[in-house]
Design a protein around this ligand. Sequence first.
Ligand code: UDP
Ligand code: MG
Length: 332
Amino acid sequence: MGLGTLALRAITEARRRAPVLSVVVPCFDEAEVLPRFHARLGPVMDGIGEPWEVLYVNDGSRDGTLDAMLALQAAEPDRVSVLNLSRNFGKEAALTAGLDHAAATGAAVVIDGDLQDPPEVIPDLVAAWREGFDVAYAQRRVRAGETWTKRTTAAAFYRLMERLGGKVRLPRDTGDFRLMSRRALDALLALRERHRFMKGLFAWVGFPSKAVPYDRAPRAAGETKWSYWALWNLSIEGITSFTTVPLRFATYIGLATAAFALLFGLQVVVKTVIYGNPVAGYPSLMAVVLFLGGVQLMTLGIVGEYLGRVFNEAKGRPIYIAERYLPRRGPE
Ligand code: UDP
Ligand code: MG
């Protein structure tokens, strides 16, 4: 047997063992929900009729999430994989870690572990994939259990991103809950920036995509880790890693103020020369100085946002650190 044949054998062997579908679940303090999640996921995935694995990523949970994962793996070693990160890296990094380790040859599904993304939608995503779409993203029909403020701020954010996005379109009302074919996944994994605004990265990759509508449930248990402040910061993160439009905005503000100041100056000169007006005093001066100071600090802040991003990328650190990876035991 030649070396080539041997290598080919090894590859086919690995293929035979690798699941067709991987379900990637980032988890942070989800010990309470995880067993329920798994109980709902199992029958749904079995119904699809492809070999599958579920990869639970423990993102530095402070409760018994890792133990819950290990228990699930002990019970079903042939379909549960566990990836434990060395600390909490945040959802976006945990997701990347999971996708990096997804063994699927066919497609990977990303889903939240808190049962807000109903596993029952996965067959619809898989159906879209079988139709030939590379990306099937679940699109929320209603946002149950979310306050009016959260809904309107989310809507405003999507509208802003649509304006700023240029060629890259962010689909509305979608989260990370989606399916990606192997080639779309490989394309996504080639994007190694440290500031990971996943929605933007997913959109950037492209490929034929299909929206699958579903109803998002309120959290089954535990609480959301997203405060409004965190969401605000995520939006800034999204905008600054998605587009450089704010930089241009800063330039335009500068130009506009300069133009305004020029006209204003001319007006002062004309008034003084023609009417002999005394120069208006302290209040207007103060207002202009403070206004300009504010504009300067703000534009400096915008530049700083991008500079900080460059700083973080330049360090070239890994996106996450895996403490251990316990793959499922494939079929012998
Ligand atoms: N998550 C994570 N790391 C974090 C925060 C959240 O892996 O630092 C996981 C969390 O366990 C859940 C998913 O990401 O499975 C979504 O988190 P959450 O429910 O808090 O967000 P929301 O549903 O409110 O967008
Ligand atoms: Mg949630």
